[in-house]
Write a protein that binds this ligand. Structure first.
Ligand code: 5AD
Ligand code: SF4
Length: 492
C-alpha cells in the first residue's frame, strides 16, 4: 500500500515594526512556500513560527521575550515545533536571544533574511543556530527582493529600492541594525515593477530608509566599472550612455521610470529625508500622473536647537520652505509626518516651537512618538537630560490635539469632492456592504454601496470626514481588479 503523503508543514510569520519588516515578512512567507510549506492559521497549527522583530521605538525586547515565553510551553508539548527570530532586534541582540530563550531554534539578522529556511533546516539536524552578519554576503542577499515573495495584497506591492542609512540621527538605531546605505540597481527595480504590473499590480510603494538619496552610491560604483553592461544594469541604460550626467540616476529618475511602467497607476514612496528632498523629486511628483500626491515628510521636531541635537541637518524654516515648494508644485498634495516628543533636553520652549511648526505645516496626519532611548545611540547616553514621563505625556497630548485639528480640517475640505479609490476589501468595522480603500492621497476611505472587489478602482463622493478617515458614497467603477488571485509572486 502506498504511504499517504505527509501533510505540508505550516509556517506562521509574526511581524513587528515598519513597512520594511512587513515586506521582509512577505519574503519569508515566499521562501517557506517555495519549500512547499503552507500558511498556518495560528500558533496552534504551526510547525514553524518566525518572529520578524523591530527595535526602532518600542521596547520590543519585552514583547518578544514575552511571546517567546508563551511558546516555550507549546514547544514542550510539541517538540517538532520550530521557532525562529529574525529582523532588527535579533541583529541588535545577537547571541542574547538564544541566551534568554534557549528553546529558540534559529536566529538570523537583517542581512540574511533569505537564509531563514536553510537555518531552520540546519537546526533540525544540528540543534540551535545563530547567524548574524555584519553585511550581506552578496548583492542578491542584500536585496532580498530577489527572493520569492508572497505578497499580502496582490494589487499593491512594496518594492525595496534601498537598504540601510548613512545618516546619524541621534535617536535612531537603524544605521546600526540595517547597515550602510545601499541602492538596488536601477534596472532591477524597474524590472520588478514591470513584472508586478504584468501580474496586475496597479500600485507600488518604493521603500528605502532614506529613499530620496537613492542612487548616490550607484553612480559612484558604476563609474568604477568599465563594463558598459554592468554600468547600465546599475544605473539604467540612459545613464550609462556616453555623455550622460555622471551623478545619475537620481531618485527622481527612478520615480519617472517606475511611473512609466504600463499598468502602474499609483506610485508611492517612503520615507524621504527633508534635507535630501531635491527639486527634481518634486518636479517628478508634479509631472508624472502615476505618482500620488502624497508626501511623507518627517519633521521630528520644530525647534532648531533640538533638530541640531538630533543631527537632522535642517532648520524648521528650511523644512517649511521645502514643504511650501512641494505644495506649490504638486496640486492637492497631502502631507504626513513623524514627530518625536521628549527628545533628551527638549524644554517647554522647544516643544512650543514643535506645536507652532506642526500647526503651520497643516498636516493631513502625523505619527507622533514618545522618545525612547535606543541602546548605543548618541541620545540614549544623555540620561541627565531625559524629560520626565509626566511632562512627555502632557506634551504628547497637546501635540495630538494640534495634529488632529489640522487633519480634521483637511479632511472636511474634501467633503463633496469625488475621489479615486483603490478598494482594499471589506471594512473591519461598519457591517456588511461597507468597504475600505485608499484615495490617491493615501487617505483611508470607508465606502457604502458595494458589493465591491479588492483591487477595483472606483470613484466615490466624500460625505463625511473624521480625523483618521473619510466616509464616501460609491460612484462609478473606473476599472475592475486586474490581478490574478492567489499566485505567489516570484520576483526575478
Ligand atoms: N524614539 C522615538 N521615536 C523614534 N523614531 C525613530 N527612533 C526613535 C526613538 N528612539 C521615529 C522617528 C522616525 C520613525 C520611523 O520612528 O520619528 O521617523
Ligand atoms: Fe534613522 Fe535618521 Fe536614517 Fe531615518 S534618516 S533611518 S531617522 S538615522
Amino acid at each position: 500500500m502506498p504511504t499517504p503523503a505527509a501533510p505540508p508543514r505550516r509556517y506562521l510569520v509574526r511581524t513587528f515594526g515598519c513597512q520594511m519588516n512587513v515586506h521582509d515578512s512577505e519574503r519569508l512567507a515566499g521562501l517557506f512556500e517555495a519549500e512547499g510549506m503552507v500558511a498556518a492559521h495560528g500558533v496552534e497549527d504551526a510547525d514553524v513560527v518566525i518572529f520578524n522583530t523591530c527595535c526602532i521605538r518600542e521596547n520590543a525586547d519585552n514583547r518578544l521575550y514575552g511571546n517567546l515565553g508563551q511558546l516555550r510551553a507549546l514547544k514542550q508539548q510539541r517538540p517538532g515545533l520550530q521557532i525562529a527570530v529574525g529582523g532588527c532586534l535579533a541583529q541588535k541582540d545577537r547571541d542574547k536571544v538564544m541566551e534568554r530563550a534557549p528553546w529558540v531554534d534559529a536566529v538570523f539578522g537583517t542581512h540574511n533574511v533569505g537564509h531563514a529556511a536553510t537555518l531552520l533546516e540546519r537546526a533540525r539536524r544540528e540543534g540551535p543556530v545563530v547567524e548574524i552578519l555584519e553585511a550581506a554576503a552578496n548583492a542578491a542577499d542584500e536585496f532580498p527582493s530577489a527572493l520569492p515573495v508572497r505578497r499580502e495584497l496582490p494589487f499593491a506591492a512594496w518594492v525595496t529600492v534601498q537598504v540601510g542609512c548613512d545618516n546619524k540621527c541621534a535617536f535612531c538605531i537603524v544605521p546600526s541594525v540595517r547597515g550602510r546605505e545601499m541602492s538596488r540597481p536601477f534596472s532591477e527595480v524597474v524590472a520588478e515593477v514591470a513584472q508586478l504590473a504584468a501580474r496586475g499590480t496597479v500600485e507600488v510603494t518604493l521603500l528605502g530608509q532614506n529613499v530620496n538619496s537613492y542612487g548616490r552610491d550607484l553612480a559612484l560604483k558604476a563609474r568604477a566599472s568599465d563594463d558598459w553592461r554592468a554600468h547600465a544594469y546599475m544605473t539604467g541604460e540612459q545613464w550609462a550612455a556616453a555623455g550622460a550626467p555622471r551623478a545619475r540616476p537620481l531618485f527622481a529618475d527612478l520615480l519617472r521610470a517606475v511611473a512609466a511602467v504600463e499598468g502602474i497607476e499609483r506610485v508611492r514612496f517612503t520615507s524621504p529625508h527633508p534635507k535630501d528632498l531635491r527639486p527634481e523629486t518634486i518636479e517628478a511628483m508634479a509631472t508624472e500622473k502615476a505618482v500620488c500626491p502624497h508626501l511623507h515628510f518627517p519633521l521630528q521636531s520644530g525647534s532648531d536647537r533640538v533638530l541640531s541635537l538630533m543631527r537632522r541637518g535642517y532648520t524648521a524654516q528650511r523644512y517649511l520652505e521645502r514643504l511650501a515648494a512641494a505644495r506649490a508644485a504638486v496640486p492637492d498634495l497631502a502631507v504626513t509626518t513623524d514627530i518625536i516628543v521628549g527628545f533628551p533636553g527638549e524644554d517647554e520652549a522647544d516643544f512650543e516651537r514643535t506645536l507652532e511648526v506642526a500647526a503651520e505645516a497643516e498636516y493631513d496626519s502625523a505619527y507622533t512618538f514618545i522618545y525612547s532611548p535606543r541602546p548605543g545611540t548618541e541620545a540614549a547616553a544623555r540620561t541627565q537630560e531625559f524629560v520626565p514621563p509626566e511632562v512627555v505625556a502632557d506634551r504628547f497630548e497637546r501635540l495630538r490635539l494640534v495634529v488632529e485639528r489640522s487633519a480634521l480640517r483637511r479632511h472636511q475640505a474634501r467633503v463633496g469632492l469625488t475621489e479615486e479609490v483603490l478598494v482594499e476589501g471589506p471594512a473591519k468595522k461598519g457591517g456588511p456592504g461597507v468597504f475600505s480603500g485608499r484615495t490617491r492621497q493615501n487617505k483611508l476611505v470607508h465606502l457604502d454601496g458595494g458589493p465591491l472587489r479588492a483591487g477595483m478602482v472606483v470613484e466615490a463622493v466624500v460625505e463625511r470626514a473624521a480625523p483618521h478617515f473619510l466616509k464616501a458614497r460609491l460612484g462609478r467603477v473606473i476599472s475592475p481588479p486586474r490581478h490574478r488571485e492567489l499566485i505567489p509572486v516570484m520576483a526575478n
